[in-house]
Design a protein around this ligand. Structure first.
Ligand code: FES
Length: 154
């Protein structure tokens, strides 16, 4: 990915920050941002580096460490936490054989926490890449993971 090519798609406006950062992050198979990229983005948009770094650390959908092809994010805000009667996170840790924050050895899945995903009425909720899944059960959760695995085998 060429950072310059991504930046040139955007006007030099500070309100483009989140879109630019998402684009830079999603353009790479590792789905993460580096310090150098944040500095280049801050130069391009004319924003202080500290502001760009604080935005990246605030939002759970940004990462400064390399991640897998599929980013699995489990909502841990109050409604999801209260309605989680089988422990979504532990079930995923067992299914993927990794701890939260880790990536599977084959580079397919990274498991993370998330703040509210905006579907509290369907809690418990998780997101895989751009798709949000609600009303999770153990069977549903395992089927979602299996589906993403088989997509990659095809
Ligand atoms: S609290 Fe989980 S989606 Fe809102």
């Amino acid at each position: 990915m060429e950072l310059k090519r991504v930046l040139e798609k955007y006007p030099k406006r500070q309100d483009c920050l989140i879109d630019v950062l998402l684009d830079v992050q999603n353009a790479k198979p590792t789905h993460h941002l580096t310090e150098d990229e944040l500095k280049d983005v801050s130069d391009y948009l004319g924003l202080p580096e500290s502001h760009v770094f604080s935005v990246v650390s605030f939002y759970s959908f940004f990462s400064m460490t390399p991640r897998g092809k599929h980013i699995v994010q489990v909502c841990r805000d109050v409604p999801c936490y209260l309605n989680d009667d089988f422990n979504v996170l532990e079930t995923l840790e067992r299914t993927l054989d990794i701890k939260t924050g880790e990536t599977t050895d084959d580079g397919l899945f990274t498991l993370e926490y998330s703040s509210c995903l905006g579907c509290c009425d369907q809690s418990p909720v998780m997101r895989v890449n751009d798709t949000v899944y609600g009303n999770l059960t153990v069977d549903k959760l395992r089927a979602i993971i299996a589906e993403h695995r088989s997509d990659d085998d095809a």
